[in-house]
Design a protein around this ligand. Structure first.
Ligand code: RB5
Length: 140
């Protein structure tokens, strides 16, 4: 069973819970790295935990904050993390096919629940194309 490592700050807490519910209904195993309430917290702490765990375990990660941007900036500081901030399904598909994205970043204050869950589904089911895209990934 594929395990998804997920985290949010207070700005992404509600959307994260919707995503967890959705993933569990599809039989994914989910590991929640916090936060665990809507109390204000610091997104870099959660992004670091998820990024390190993705690198350690080779599972995929999902990070949610208010915009998705802070989470993606922090996660992309780790060599081997390819975090993609997506607000549409086309980007979600392409970033798997061409970038082998291993962390998806979403913004609760930008993307509604319905679209966010579609983005998650497409991002999870789309395979990396490899070939010339692998060569390009190996250049950084
Ligand atoms: C928190 O207010 C907000 O700054 C955070 O959730 C995120 O959007 C940062 O990029």
């Amino acid at each position: 069973m594929t395990k998804i490592l997920i985290g949010s700050d207070h700005g992404g807490y509600k959307l994260k819970n919707e995503i967890i519910k959705h993933l569990k209904s599809l039989d994914f195993e989910v590991e929640d790295y916090g936060c665990y309430s809507e109390e204000s917290c610091d997104y870099p702490e959660v992004a670091k935990k998820v990024a390190e765990s993705v690198l350690d375990t080779n599972n995929k990660g999902i990070l949610v904050c208010g915009t998705g941007i802070g989470m993606s900036i922090v996660a992309n500081r780790y060599n081997g993390i390819r975090a993609s901030h997506c607000t549409d399904t086309f980007t979600a598909r392409m970033t798997r096919m061409h970038n082998d994205s291993n962390v998806l970043c979403l913004g609760e204050r930008i993307t509604g629940v319905g679209l966010a869950l579609d983005i998650v589904d497409i991002w999870l089911k789309t395979d990396f194309e490899g070939g010339r895209h692998l060569r390009r990934i190996n250049m950084y």
